[in-house]
Design a protein around this ligand. Structure first.
Ligand code: SAM
Length: 412
């Protein structure tokens, strides 16, 4: 029967063929229509409740596993399937990287019509207790302590949380012990559903931030200092920062190697480092020692003060710009073979930014991405302008979820 004639919910038996982007299982309904199945693993036969029917595909969720994969695991968290995070807990932690590698190889072939290099690898860290940054919703107080929740899966609702197995011990401690008079000091009224950003600096000290926080409290409570190797990076709960501190040094090492290779090959120079989508100037601060001139460009003006601090006192010319990267690139023609790092949000590079880069004298781009799909899309446009993929690495920054951090090095 055509899927649009089903009366939902409908339950049917399906065979899961593979995992796809987003961590869903891929199956086919009788008649051949594609069905994306939440909670299904390759090789499994499952009873699936169909939840959505579109013209070309359907969506469903596993209600019973009839034939189980050897890689299936018991989800560790009681909120699995309720809260919006960690939707891959039903897959053995030790196997997640193998599956993600397969998904990314397929994605790249489908979107960029090219194979990822055979030597593409995914660096791994701890599967639990790794996440040093989170957003929680305040749900009022109980026995003098704050109650917090996470946003629910596919809805704006909130599910109460007492502890979370992917968060660091420091953040779990905050969830358990934070007291409203301390957290909301200086606030006359705490709005319903107030969201808090919480950030563990890697030592268990937790910074926090919420909209409407009094300025003095913001300076006192939202600022953090993170140690990466010998370097201290000032950041905070009010701005973007990477969320897997224990694996982050591995990404930094790969970026530093890529920079060195570029300079050694002559495709880039040590004359000018341009760090676009720079946040608090993270990559620039860790690479500044190699360059005579450094420019960071970031849209979020809150990051600017942090970037100034992080790039101060090291010599060389430093410019910290608060502007959209695409606007900066159009106004500032890059006419030397500079070293360029881009680390855009999930949406990838704005088309104007990509156009300006390929028209510039930049011959080598280090592209850090948290979305392999937009990365593959942007890669295809770079390739059309003469760039080739020189290096590809993955970083399992988000275990128990289908997300992956990637680094590509492109050169022409
Ligand atoms: C994935 S984060 C990377 C930040 C930084 N590279 C780091 O590692 O901490 C992306 C950053 O891009 C910024 N951003 C988003 N769109 C932008 C745009 N059009 N121009 C400049 N920055 C932008 C966001 O505010 C965010 O700080």
């Amino acid at each position: 029967m055509p899927i649009n004639r089903y009366i939902f919910p409908v339950v049917c038996e399906l065979s899961i063929e593979k995992l796809v982007q987003g961590g869903e299982g891929f199956a086919r309904l009788p008649g051949g229509r594609v069905c994306f199945v939440r909670g299904g693993l390759p090789g499994e036969r499952c009873r699936v409740e169909l939840t959505t029917g579109k013209k070309d595909f359907a969506r469903g969720r596993v209600v019973e596993v009839l034939e189980k994969s050897a890689d299936r695991a018991q989800p560790k968290c009681p909120l699995y399937g309720k809260c919006g995070g960690c939707s891959l807990q039903h897959l053995d932690s030790a196997k997640q990287v193998t599956y993600l590698e397969h998904v990314e190889r397929e994605n790249f072939k489908r979107i960029a019509h090219e194979e990822l290099p055979a030597e593409f690898i995914i660096h791994q860290g701890e599967p639990w207790g790794y996440r040093n940054r989170a957003r929680v919703v305040y749900l009022g107080d109980r026995d003098g302590h704050c109650r917090f929740g996470f946003r629910k899966q596919e809805s704006n609702g909130v599910v109460a949380v007492e502890s979370c197995p992917v968060l660091t011990p420091g953040l779990n401690d905050f969830l358990k012990n934070a007291k409203p008079p301390e957290i909301f000091r200086g606030l006359k009224h705490v709005p319903r559903d107030l969201e808090l950003n919480i950030f563990d600096d890697g030592t268990g000290r937790v910074a926090y931030y919420y909209r409407g926080m009094p300025e003095a409290r913001k300076r006192e409570c939202s600022v953090s200092c993170v140690k990466i190797g010998a370097k201290q990076i000032t950041s905070g709960a009010s701005v973007f920062f990477q969320s897997n501190l224990s694996l982050l040094p591995r990404l930094v090492q790969s970026v530093r190697e890529a920079v060195d290779e570029g300079i050694a090959s002559g495709a880039a120079t040590d004359e000018w480092l341009i760090d676009l989508f720079s946040g608090v100037g993270f990559f620039a601060a860790l690479l500044q020692d190699k360059f005579r001139r450094v420019t960071t460009v970031e849209r979020d003006s809150l990051c600017l003060e942090y970037a100034k601090v992080n790039l101060s006192g090291m010599g060389g010319v430093v410019e910290n710009v608060s502007a959209p990267a695409e606007e900066w690139l159009v106004k500032n023609v890059v006419d030397v073979p500079a070293t360029l790092i881009v680390d855009p949000p999930r949406t990838g590079l704005p088309p104007e930014a990509l156009d300006a880069i390929v028209k510039s004298s930049v011959n080598r781009v280090i592209y850090v991405s948290c979305d392999p799909v937009t990365l593959a899309r942007d890669f295809a446009k770079f390739r059309a302008a003469g760039f080739a993929l020189k290096r590809a690495e993955g970083f399992a920054f988000y275990p128990q979820t289908p997300h992956l951090e990637m680094m590509f090095v492109l050169a022409r």
